[in-house]
Design a protein around this ligand. Structure first.
Ligand code: PLP
Length: 389
């Protein structure tokens, strides 16, 4: 008998977590490493959220909660989705999860049977493929091209779809490219779903509140013709600097939510009650969210100017999220070799573009949710290192 589930033994570890660990290990040795590998806001969680969590803890709100999430939180999320995203979901179609990551995992695990195919847009966040494979599915990349600005094209989706395609996963604003979902591209997704009636769309909108230059990103669930086949995932980690609280949610058409909730009951039980209470406050922290967004916008401006001043480096300003997706044309190095070179020569840590798929060739992802002086120092060091090549 095999000792382990082969869906799990076949998984590769998360590249971004590995590079973050590498950076932490070097920092622990006392080396002056600038870690731009992570994906987390450097702000503290806004005070009103912390105060509410403490208040609820003191009030004894520390026991199991029953159901898909506290009714007042699910009602507030439903209002947010309607008002901010034009995405109509009822409160009973919402499940509050420990992080957006878990929401995606639950949805994928609920939907897939062995051999079912899942389309995802490449470059893609590092966890979709392992989650699909852990559930016994087959991950099928739809490779978007740097040269075409990573825009979605109908022909690429059509070339990848088969009668086994169960799910299509999209993520906007995108990690790692920083693209938002424009209305014409959202229309392409809508038309694709209308042509392929069995396909479900999972829209990961975790960076939704972090957009620049007046850009907005479209929620596919706002299209009435497909709403009944769209799962929307969002959370609190990125928008309100709550990564460590582990709090997210999915909104899914009722039949999908009902099945997903069964897996939730048997694997999670609930998200801490005092955290859910604090989440209600977080959804009203518009001013705090805007202050963080404005700060990212300022850093983006200066960091990108410094990066683009380096010979052989091209950094497209992202429309959303907080990543610099940088193309480096230097010699024959692939993105893993480039990242190792930058780590050794410049003590700057980024994540190799190819860990996001073949669409990430020659690219490196750097987070700019980091202090401005570190970003500028990182760009200076990278210039010195890259000019040697
Ligand atoms: C694209 C994307 N989706 C989902 C997540 C999950 O975030 P969390 O589980 O912290 O809500 C992340 C985190 O890095 C992400 O980058």
């Amino acid at each position: 008998m095999e000792q382990f589930n082969r869906n799990i033994t076949g998984l590769t570890p998360s590249a971004s977590i590995e590079f973050m660990a590498k950076a932490k290990a070097l920092q622990a040795q006392g080396l002056d490493v600038i870690n731009l590998a992570g994906g987390e806001p450097d702000f503290d969680t806004p005070a009103p959220i912390i105060e509410e969590a403490c208040r609820q803890m003191r009030a004894g709100f520390t026991h199991y909660t029953v159901g898909q999430g506290l009714p007042e939180l699910r009602a507030r999320i439903a209002r947010k989705l309607l008002e901010e995203n034009a995405a109509p979901y009822d409160a009973d179609e919402i499940i509050v999860t420990p992080g957006g990551k878990n929401a995606i995992y639950l949805a994928i695990s609920t939907l897939l049977n062995p051999g079912d195919e899942v389309l995802y847009l490449d470059p893609a966040w590092v966890s979709y493929v392992p989650m699909i494979e852990a559930a016994g599915g087959k991950a099928v990349p739809v490779v978007l091209r740097y040269e075409k600005g990573y825009r979605i094209e109908s022909a690429a989706l059509e070339a990848a779809v088969t009668e086994r395609t169960k799910l299509l996963i999209v993520n906007y604003p995108n990690n790692p490219t920083g693209k938002v979902l424009t209305r014409p591209e959202a229309k392409i997704l809508e038309q694709f779903l209308l042509r392929h009636k069995d396909v479900i769309l999972l829209s990961d909108e975790i960076y939704e509140r972090i957009v620049f230059d007046g850009n907005t990103t479209v929620s596919p669930a706002s299209f009435p013709a497909i709403r009944d086949r769209v799962i929307t995932v969002n959370g609190f980690s990125k928008s309100v600097a709550m990564t460590g609280w582990r709090l997210g949610y999915l909104a899914a058409p009722r039949p999908i939510a009902r099945q997903t909730y069964k897996l939730y009951q048997h694997s999670i039980t609930c998200v801490s009650g005092f955290i859910q209470k604090a989440a209600v406050v977080a959804l009203d922290c518009a001013a705090e969210i805007e202050a963080m967004r404005a700060s990212y916008a300022h850093r983006r401006e200066l960091f990108f100017a410094a990066l683009n001043a380096i010979d052989g480096v091209e950094a497209m300003a992202p429309e959303g999220a907080f990543y610099a997706w940088v193309r480096i044309e230097k010699g024959d190095m692939d993105s893993f070799a480039l990242c190792n070179y930058l780590l050794e020569e410049a003590m700057v840590v980024g994540v190799p573009g190819e860990s996001y798929g073949s669409g990430g060739a020659k690219c490196v992802r750097f987070s700019f949710a980091t202090a401005l002086e570190d970003l500028l120092e990182a760009a200076r060091r990278m210039k010195t290192a890259l000019d040697k090549l």
